[in-house]
Write a protein that binds this ligand. Structure first.
Ligand code: F6P
Length: 523
């Protein structure tokens, strides 16, 4: 049942891709668009409310065909089936990888150790719904009989970034509760969060799979001590709940057993926002919106599992990314959402992508001789246009970029939205087609600045030919957000399979943690 181990660089398609790369690498996007006037239609994929236009990439139909062949040669299809059906594909941790089961609406049993996990998932969802309803409606009372006004999620990594990003992204849909996130072991972080909170009306959600993570437990203890300055240990159950697998540690902390939400070993931390780790999401926007988020993700799951590779959005995005990473030697990818709500998406994706695919040993345990995980960074448009886009347009590096946009805004300020989207398309076009010497010359002439040509011309040229994907949704909704996040999750997985690495472990985070512990002990 294990994943196949294929060194991608030893495949027939890889050597064909190498030849193809040398034959086509100098072809510009301008030329590609001149060659095919319907290039946009030929290199776009539509899936419900999502349109992915990947025409502004340095690829031809042949590139896609060869990349798809590569995916077939490494048997990506088999890997996808293994993941969805609960095979132990996280071999180094001896675990299944089943975040997709968390959002599945199908009744088909999914057996782990001979037991169907679907009823467990449904019961956790019911518990999340009942608890969220109680807190949001004000029926859940604090120790002085007041309703909850503030929720604080205490966690780090996957127990923080996912919920934090979704809560921020769905701010438009939020209710009266104020949601806060404490993660850093830096005491100033927790101090800043608690300084304006009222212990009588605040609910703390401690999210930690292990319940031993230094940052989370330090923050939880500090908050408990702060809470106990005005309340007693008997009040803890009304204000502290936990999402964890470590029931003993949770119990020692003083949290009531009935207020513990489950986590499972078959869900990795950075893929866990779909489990009870997303409790703060459900509290912030209500269970129905939370469920819609899951439903959107499930739609993408079905698309990824069933669609042929040439029409499969996460697969195509994964393959294009490999094309730049392994053939053009691009080292980074920019994530550029044109929605202020998505300002935390790049941070979230940094963990999801870099913790998953930042590996240099293959599935045979051998040192890898080719490039793997891309470096992810980004920020929202239009702010980033006034920050780092200079380098993306005119710098020396090739930086493939994902532009994420929405046809409609949420508050309906159409004048703003028109401007926002004009910038979205303007940036994509400028990157792809640039501005030639002749165009700069003509521009200076038109402006009556011909005398400046010799001095300014080279600086005002944009060479263009810089690739991007336009990822366009109708509207930012819980459902479309679920789809977007699941799209990236599957891109990560597909890339890990293609690079022949294990995407679901993260041993690289351990050594620094161990050394910090040693240093503390020796003090
Ligand atoms: O960063 C490493 C990591 O293990 C993540 O995978 C995980 O999301 C995070 O630490 C927090 O772990 P826990 O939920 O056990 O506190």
């Amino acid at each position: 049942m294990a994943l196949k181990n294929t060194n991608p660089t030893q495949t027939k398609s890889w050597s064909e891709l190498t030849t193809h790369f040398h034959q086509t690498k100098n072809k510009t996007l301008k030329e590609l668009f001149n060659d095919d006037h319907q290039r946009k239609e030929h290199f776009s994929l539509e899936f419900d409310d999502l349109l992915v236009d990947f025409s502004k990439n340095r690829i031809t139909k042949k590139t896609i065909n060869l990349l798809v062949e590569l995916a077939k040669e490494v048997d990506l299809k088999d890997a996808i089936e293994k993941q969805f059906s609960g095979a132990i594909i996280n071999v180094t941790e001896n675990r299944e990888v089943l975040h997709t089961a968390l959002r599945s609406n199908s009744d088909e049993p999914l057996l782990i150790d001979g037991k169907d996990i679907k009823p467990k998932i449904q019961s956790a969802l019911r518990k999340i719904r009942a608890f969220s309803n109680k807190v949001i409606s004000g029926k859940w009372k604090g120790y002085t009989g007041k309703s909850i006004t503030d929720v604080v999620n205490i966690g780090i990594g996957g127990s923080d970034l996912g919920p934090d990003m979704i809560v921020e992204s769905l701010k438009f849909y939020k209710n009266q509760l104020n949601t806060h996130f404490v993660s850093n072991v830096d005491g100033d972080h927790v101090s800043e969060i608690i300084k304006n909170l009222n212990p009588e009306t605040t609910l703390f959600v401690i999210v930690s799979k292990t319940f031993t993570t230094q940052e989370t437990i330090s923050n939880a203890e500090t908050i408990k001590n702060w809470f106990l300055k005005s309340a007693t240990i008997f009040d803890i159950p009304k204000h502290f709940v936990a999402v964890s697998t470590n029931l003993e540690a949770v119990d020692n902390f003083g949290i009531d057993k009935s207020n513990v939400f489950p986590m499972w070993n078959w869900v990795g931390g950075r893929f866990s926002l779909w489990s009870a780790v997303g409790l703060s999401i459900s509290l912030s926007v209500g269970f129905d919106h939370y469920r819609a988020l899951l439903d959107g993700a499930e739609e993408m799951d079905l698309h990824f599992r069933n669609e042929s590779f040439d029409k499969n959005i996460p697969v195509i995005l994964a393959l294009i990314s490999i094309w730049y990473n392994n053939f053009y030697n691009a080292e980074t990818e920019a994530i550029l959402p044109y929605s202020q709500y998505l300002k935390k998406l790049p941070d979230y994706l940094q963990q999801a992508i870099m913790e998953s695919n930042g590996k240099s040993v293959d599935r045979n345990g051998d040192k890898i001789e080719y490039q793997t995980g891309t470096i992810i960074w980004g920020s929202t448009g239009t702010n980033m246009q006034h920050a780092f886009m200079q380098l993306v347009h005119q710098g020396t590096k090739l930086i493939p970029a994902d532009f994420i946009g929405y046809k409609e805004s949420l508050y309906g300020l159409s004048d703003h939205h028109k401007k926002l989207m004009a910038n979205y398309y303007g940036q994509i076009e400028a990157l792809a087609f640039g501005k030639t010497k002749e165009e700069v010359h003509l521009e200076l002439k038109t402006n009556g600045e011909l005398d400046k040509v010799s001095q300014l011309l080279p600086f005002k040229v944009f060479e263009g030919n810089r690739p991007s994907n336009a990822i366009l949704f109708d509207k930012l909704t819980p459902k479309s957000l679920g789809k977007l996040v699941a799209m990236y999750e599957h891109k990560i997985f597909a890339q890990g399979i293609l690079w022949n690495i294990y995407s679901y472990d993260q041993f690289g985070v351990e050594l620094g943690k161990e050394l910090a512990k040693k240093l503390l002990k020796n003090e």
